[in-house]
Structures are given as structure tokens and as C-alpha cells.
Design a protein around this ligand. Structure first.
Ligand code: ATP
Ligand code: MG
Length: 445
């Protein structure tokens, strides 16, 4: 490590980050701090993304000003977080997150919060860098001279396309096992490789992920299946044993072939995303359960019976996987929708009615992603499509931009109701939906 030799400083002329790429309000915060005599840096994901020539999702600021001083300096600000205090500076609906440089007190996540009480001890730039997770995430852009400051070899790792834990990876993953999921998240998103020792520590310690807070785990898992390169992310999670650790019942229920199917499903989602065609989190989550439909045979089975089995399986698995109830409910409906497509293509009245249901479009999208490649289903598809085309509005069921909602705060919606402004199932208060059409009496099944 380069702690003794001091940081590498990359002067403005030697890196591509321009102030023009930095969010205006963030720049304002940086300058206000600087003009008040404080140190001020752009930090974390934003510096990393700008060095990679990617557009950052958000811009975080680090400073030696204490939270109380920050509150005085920015009237439009609020302190957030009990254990680790951050200050949000508000600009209209948006806020810039400002953190005081911290000491390297090692985090031991207790009840879900990454940061232990005494992590509230403030530190300098160096200590702040070394407590971060990966080298690429520990770079600072100094507003005084626009230099990039690198204590951990992060710039070299960006060039080498490596995700490397800072310090001893075994220690860092034991401190906070969620970092293993984050390693996969970043490696997949950027198409980077896990550095050798980082990878070895993951291979050894993957089961520690069970000690982590389940909310944080679920959040990271959903980041992985909603960002770019979802299939690669899932593949890495599977490869390191993390999927089997976290979701053993699900892995058992879908089997190895099912896992391949799920990865292929997300591969198609990736390909669509590259064409700027995006799906809701609900629809993506449902993709995890598609293999449960594999054994269905409309010639032999009864809609009601199969639907009941799938409903029960998904509810049980979903709960064990810590998925929010709303998400489980939507997954159940979309899977029942798949069965409906399969069982009732020959029932004209049902077809005519279901294509009018607000559930049809997301059901159709899921069908195309999951089963669109199955040639035997082509006749069935053309039936449904013919009926759907009689309705003048275009087939929806997609969202206009990547669905970045936090899965624990969204309301039950499907097909991107919140984004396209149209009324969608689940837009009601409890987010639950029971569409009578999908409940079959069985007489004509
Ligand atoms: P994203 O683009 O997904 O937001 P990010 O790097 O900004 O990526 P965040 O989760 O927003 O990731 O965290 C911001 C920064 O905080 C990271 O860049 C990293 O330096 C630090 N950090 C976050 N989580 C941890 C952790 N579990 N352990 C150590 N440092 C962390
Ligand atoms: Mg971030």
C-alpha cells in the first residue's frame, strides 16, 4: 500500500475530469466550502465514473468541515443518519450529499448500519480513503487545483479494469460482507475483473454474506439485476456461491437449468437495455421465477391448479428471499398471466377480454423475454397479438428509463405505471390486484 509514500497526485492536465462534467449544484457546494476555508473534494462513484468517461449517477462531496459547520454554511441543509452523520444540501427537489472526512475506524456492521458509533470520529483524506471499499471508489477530485488524489492505486486499477479491495480483502469482507456483493456489482457494471486476492477472499468467505443485513443484501442484489450487464452479474454471483448462500430455496426450486434460463432472461433484458428498451423492477424480479413454469403442459394440466401451485411457490420463495410483498404480488400476477396466455389462446372471449386488461401488456413483455424464443409458441403468440392489435393504443409494459427505484420504497406497480403517467394496475393504495379474469372456474379449462 502507498500509505507511507503518500498519495499519487494526478494534475488537471493529466486526467480527463472537467468541471463541465460536474453537476452545477455540486460545484456550488464545493466552491462554497473552498471559499470558506475548508477542504472540499468530489469523491467516490462520481470521480470513478468521470475517469471512466461515464456519466455519474450522483455526486458526493467530502470535506473537513464538521456537520455542524456545514449546517451553518448551508441554510438549505439537513443532517441525516444517526450513526454516521451526513449533510444533505438541498437544491429544489435534489440534494447534494456532503460527508465529513472520516477516520479509518473499522466498520463492523451492526443492525444493518454500515457504520459503528465510534466511526463518527473524523479523520483526514488519507484515513477517509482507506476505509472505503474498493480502490476505484476511493479517489478524490480536489476543487482547489482540480487534481485527482489517489492513495490506493485506484487510477491504475481503472486502467487495468480491476476491482480490488482496499487493504486485506479477507479483513474487509469480514468487516462488511455486503462488500462482496458490491464487488460483483461493480465488476459486472463496468465489465471489470476481480483482482486476484479480492477474488480469492470471496471464494473463501462467500458464506459470510449470510451475516449481513438482509435489506442491504436485497438492495445490492436488485442493483445487480437492474444495472447494465445483469447476466454477467448473476453469473458472478453464482460462480462465487453467493446465490446459493443467499437464496438456497430458490436455487433448489429452479435447478441448474432454471438458473441458466434466468441468466438468459437477463441477457435478453441486457440486450434490450442496449437498445434503450427498459423494464420495471417488478417485471425483472418476475424473471427470477420463470423457470417454475417449465413443467406446465396446457394439454394435461388445469389452469387453476397450476396457477395455485405457482402462486404458492412464488409466495413462499419470495418471502424467504426477503422480497417486498408488493413485488411478490406482482410477480404472481405476471406469472399467472403467462399461464393465461398458454391456456386460453383458443378461447376467443377470454383473449378479447384479457388483451383489454391493463395486465396484458406487461404480461406480454414478460412472455417475449422469457419464452419469445420458443418456436412452438408462435401460433399462440399470433393469436394474442392479433387480438391485441385491434386495440389502437401501442403495446406498453415498458418504462422510459432504467428503473432505479429503491425496492423497499416503491409502491406496487407494474409496467412502469409511475413513469408513463398512465393508470396501471397496482396504482391503487394497497398495490394489490386481483383481476377476476385470471381466476378460472375450471369448467372450461
Ligand atoms: P453507485 O454508482 O452505485 O452509486 P458508488 O460508488 O457511488 O456507486 P455508493 O453505494 O453510493 O456507491 O457509495 C458511495 C461511496 O461510499 C463508495 O464509492 C465507497 O467509497 C463508499 N462505500 C459505500 N459502501 C461502502 C462499504 N460497504 N464499505 C466501504 N465503503 C463504502
Ligand atoms: Mg453513489
Amino acid at each position: 500500500m502507498t500509505a507511507q509514500t503518500g498519495p499519487t497526485i494526478i494534475a488537471r492536465a493529466d486526467h480527463p475530469i472537467s468541471r463541465q462534467d460536474v453537476d452545477k449544484d455540486t460545484l456550488r457546494v464545493l466552491y462554497r466550502l473552498k471559499d470558506s476555508g475548508y477542504e472540499a473534494f468530489l469523491v467516490g462513484g462520481a470521480v470513478r465514473d468521470l475517469l471512466m468517461d461515464r456519466r455519474p449517477k450522483d455526486f458526493d462531496v467530502a470535506t473537513d468541515a464538521r456537520p455542524r459547520e456545514l449546517r451553518r454554511l448551508f441554510k438549505n441543509s439537513r443532517e441525516v443518519g444517526k450513526r454516521f452523520r451526513l449533510v444533505h444540501v438541498f437544491f429544489g427537489p435534489k440534494n447534494v450529499e456532503v460527508a465529513t472526512l472520516r477516520s479509518a475506524v473499522e466498520a463492523a456492521p451492526v443492525d444493518g448500519d454500515l457504520y459503528v458509533d465510534d466511526d463518527n470520529e473524523w479523520g483526514d483524506l488519507e484515513s477517509d480513503a482507506f476505509r472505503r471499499d474498493f480502490t476505484v471508489n476511493a479517489l478524490y477530485y480536489d476543487i482547489r487545483d482540480f487534481a485527482v488524489i489517489d492513495y490506493v492505486g485506484g487510477v491504475a486499477d481503472i486502467h487495468a479494469k480491476l476491482i480490488r479491495a482496499i487493504g486485506d480483502p479477507r479483513v474487509r469482507f469480514q468487516e462488511d460482507p455486503v462488500r462482496m456483493l458490491r464487488a460483483v456489482k461493480f465488476a459486472a457494471r463496468f465489465g471489470y475483473t476481480l483482482e486476484e486476492k479480492t477474488a480469492a477472499a470471496m471464494a473463501e468467505l462467500h458464506a459470510d454474506v449470510l451475516k449481513a443485513n438482509r435489506h442491504r443484501v436485497t438492495e445490492e442484489f436488485f442493483r445487480i439485476i437492474t444495472q447494465a450487464n445483469r447476466a454477467a452479474g448473476l453469473r458472478l454471483l453464482a460462480q462465487y456461491g453467493l446465490l446459493a448462500d443467499l437464496y438456497p430455496d430458490w436455487i433448489r426450486a429452479i435447478g441448474p437449468d432454471g438458473l441458466e434460463q434466468v441468466i438468459e432472461f437477463f441477457g435478453r433484458v441486457d440486450a434490450d437495455a442496449e437498445q434503450e428498451r427498459y423494464y420495471s423492477i417488478e417485471l425483472l424480479a418476475t424473471g427470477l421465477f420463470v423457470p417454475l413454469l417449465d413443467t406446465v403442459d396446457p394439454a394435461r394440466d388445469q389452469f387453476n391448479r397450476v396457477a395455485a401451485r405457482v402462486t404458492q411457490e412464488v409466495r413462499q420463495l419470495g418471502i424467504r428471499m426477503d422480497l417486498p410483498k408488493r413485488l411478490i404480488n406482482t410477480a404472481v400476477e405476471l406469472l399467472r398471466g403467462q399461464l393465461y396466455l398458454l391456456f386460453f389462446a383458443h378461447k376467443e372471449q377470454r383473449v378479447a377480454r384479457f388483451v383489454e386488461s391493463p395486465w396484458f401488456d406487461p404480461t406480454w413483455r414478460l412472455h417475449l423475454l422469457a419464452f419469445g424464443g420458443i418456436d412452438d409458441l408462435a401460433p399462440l403468440r399470433s393469436t394474442w397479438l392479433a387480438f391485441r392489435r385491434r386495440i389502437s393504443k401501442p403495446i406498453g409494459g415498458m418504462v422510459p428509463s432504467p428503473d432505479r427505484r429503491d425496492i423497499f420504497s416503491f409502491r406496487g406497480r407494474t409496467g412502469g405505471g409511475r413513469h408513463n403517467g398512465r393508470n396501471q394496475p397496482g396504482d391503487d393504495d394497497d398495490g394489490e390486484w386481483t383481476e377476476p379474469e385470471l381466476v378460472d372456474s375450471g369448467e372450461d379449462a
